[in-house]
Design a protein around this ligand. Structure first.
Ligand code: SF4
Ligand code: SF4
Length: 134
């Protein structure tokens, strides 16, 4: 019996680092499980801070400033995640290489290869990605 070869999904517009963005593109923001754990935690702390700021009559500007200070302090050089993969940006900041917007590559479903939802990427975007993935 001959084996069926599955083509790689790398040319698909939903492909990212071996994972599939299709379910997120279908219902943006619906699946909270795709989101970065660290950013989710920070967002929860922002919500709590806004609640507290409202009770203490703090302006939104001051609340934002406090949150930003905490963000810088909490994120620091190592994020509180066992899968954190540090990568620097051009402004001297530190991010996780597995972050895509507010989504985490590792929390997305893996791409098993070219499937029926495969959507070819426009050539100019494809070229940009090849450069990035090298
Ligand atoms: S080929 Fe299919 S599984 Fe792979 S990224 Fe594209 S849509 Fe997702
Ligand atoms: S691996 Fe990175 S992007 Fe994923 S949850 Fe951890 S810190 Fe967030």
């Amino acid at each position: 019996m001959s084996r069926i070869l599955v083509l790689p999904g790398t040319g698909c517009r939903y492909w990212t680092a071996g994972f599939c963005l299709y379910p997120e593109a279908l219902n943006p923001g619906l699946e909270q499980g795709f989101r970065c754990l660290v950013l989710r935690k920070l967002e929860d702390s922002l919500d709590a801070l806004i609640d507290r700021g409202e009770k203490q009559n703090l302006s939104l500007e001051n609340t934002g400033r406090i949150w930003l200070q905490r963000l810088v302090r909490d994120l620091g050089e190592t994020w509180d995640c066992p899968d954190f993969m540090p990568v620097g940006d051009e402004f001297g900041g530190m991010w996780c290489a597995r972050l895509e917007g507010d989504l985490c590559h590792l929390r997305l479903p893996p791409c098993p290869g070219r499937c029926r939802r495969y959507a070819a990427m426009p050539p100019e975007r494809d070229e940009g990605r090849e450069e990035r993935d090298e």
